[in-house]
Design a protein around this ligand. Structure first.
Ligand code: GLC
Length: 438
């Protein structure tokens, strides 16, 4: 027989990682890093960025293009050369807008059309005759040949535009700049991942930054590889860690993965990131409903329709720490038409969300420990882990508990490691990348 306390106990046991399990994941992660670096089979792509950390002295006015999802931003950034910067101008726009009747993200649209739309937006924002070096944050797995030359390996997230995968992004962007008559005005200097932007932006003001990460709709991490290149320099490597797959999957993770657009891929991202934490919670609750454990009269609605619970809902559940979980009573009434929820049902929903979120920061922490073990095995120096993203910034308790998880594991070395919210890495970081490439 299923009973609710037992089901919740099992859920907790299969999701929450002990310190030993976290260390085990960290060690598997480190092995995958090394395999990837050595060109052996690995779930980590370990993509070179052709960039080193920032010095804080980078200076000048740059154009930054931030494309990591359907919301694109263009910024004019001034780097002042003394660890300070200022955003002089910015413009955001969407790549799809059903109301206005356009969508550049579908298979039916070409990469040329997508990028020409972007360059036209750049044009609308620049004073005639002005000249800008461009840093381009392109937050998808890309193989670089040089700092400003990259090929998209595969779209992730929701973009499917044709003719971009396996193609040279720099070429497509440069042709689009030409079509918009911007060749003289906008000079592509660097293409970077958003994690790299985050690391660059943080290291501009804090030299202890060797790791940059995104915990938002997506999840990925980069770091400064200590093995020296022929040039005697250290390079930032984009691990595409969202694809890491040496992990303890639950039946719920497998179900989510099988029904996703990309089964078998981005398995860590599907356990950590904001795009998926609501969906994992929904699948758990759907299972509990089908087992007759909670919401017995509920036969359809939100808990039965994929991706109808999002990270914002999860934050709302966690923010209500009250005894009667009243926010959830209102939410259940408004969103699911459940007007007579029981206290134990509301507590179960909040507990499921909390278990999913706990595993999210535990797994992120495990990968950071894996990187630390690789770059500083004896943990001899300070490390700021620069993190950007809505999950880290807005989920109640996420940043604090992620830090506690790291500290509990690092024990007497705990003071050497901290995480730091680094806003706008994709914008400032792109400008720094352009400056470093010049
Ligand atoms: C996805 C992309 C990765 C990006 C991350 C965060 O995982 O593959 O390149 O860094 O999302 O935006």
């Amino acid at each position: 027989m299923f009973d609710l306390p037992n089901a919740v106990r099992n859920l907790r046991a299969s999701f929450i990682q002990s310190e030993a399990q976290i260390l085990n994941i960290a060690s598997n992660f480190q092995k995958e890093m090394v395999n990837g670096l050595e060109g052996k089979e690995s779930s980590l792509k370990m993509l070179p960025s052709f960039l080193t950390k920032a010095t804080g002295k980078e200076k000048g006015v740059f154009l930054a293009l931030d494309f990591g999802g359907t919301n694109v931003r263009i910024l004019v950034v001034e780097l002042k050369g003394n660890r300070q910067y200022e955003i002089l101008k910015q413009h955001s726009f969407l790549l799809k807008d059903p109301e206005k009747g356009y969508d550049f993200t579908t298979r039916e649209t070409s990469g040329t059309a997508l990028f020409e739309y972007i360059t036209e937006q750049i044009k609308s924002m620049l004073p005639p005759g002005s000249v800008y070096p461009l840093g381009f944050t392109f937050s998808f797995p890309s193989q670089h040949k040089d700092v400003n030359q990259a090929t998209l390996i595969k779209w992730t997230k929701e973009i499917k535009t044709s003719g971009v995968e396996n193609n040279d992004i720099s070429g497509i962007l440069t042709s689009a700049l030409k079509s918009s008559n911007l060749t003289e005005q906008v000079i592509l200097k660097a293409i970077i991942n958003d994690t790299v932007g985050t690391l660059l932006a943080s290291s501009y003001t804090d030299q202890n930054t060797y790791i940059g990460s995104i915990c938002g709709t997506g999840h990925n991490t980069c770091y400064v590889e200590p093995r020296l290149l022929d040039t005697g320099e250290q390079m930032i490597v984009n691990m595409e860690s969202g694809n890491f797959n040496k992990l303890p999957f639950t039946e719920y993770d497998d179900q989510l993965d099988l029904n996703s657009d990309i089964p078998g891929e981005q398995r860590l991202e599907k356990m950590v990131s904001g795009k998926y934490i609501g969906e994992i919670t929904r699948i758990i609750i759907e299972d509990f409903i089908k087992k007759g454990l909670i919401f017995r009269d509920c036969k359809s609605g939100i808990f039965f329709s994929p991706y109808s619970i999002n990270a914002r809902d999860i934050s709302e559940f966690l923010a209500d720490e009250s005894h009667d979980v009243n926010t959830l009573a209102v939410w259940l009434n408004d969103k699911c038409g459940i007007s007579n929820s029981l206290l134990e049902e509301r507590i179960t929903l909040r507990t499921a969300a909390s278990i999913v979120v706990t595993r999210s920061f535990q797994l992120a922490a495990a990968t950071y420990i894996g990187v630390l073990q690789h770059i500083d095995p004896q943990l001899e120096r300070k490390h700021t882990i620069a993190i950007d993203g809505s999950l880290y910034e807005f989920t109640p308790g996420y940043a604090r508990k992620l830090n506690i998880t790291l500290k509990n594991i690092l024990k007497n070395k705990a003071d050497l490691v901290s995480t730091k919210l680094t806003k706008d890495g994709s914008g400032i970081g792109a400008a720094i990348a352009a400056a470093r490439a010049e």
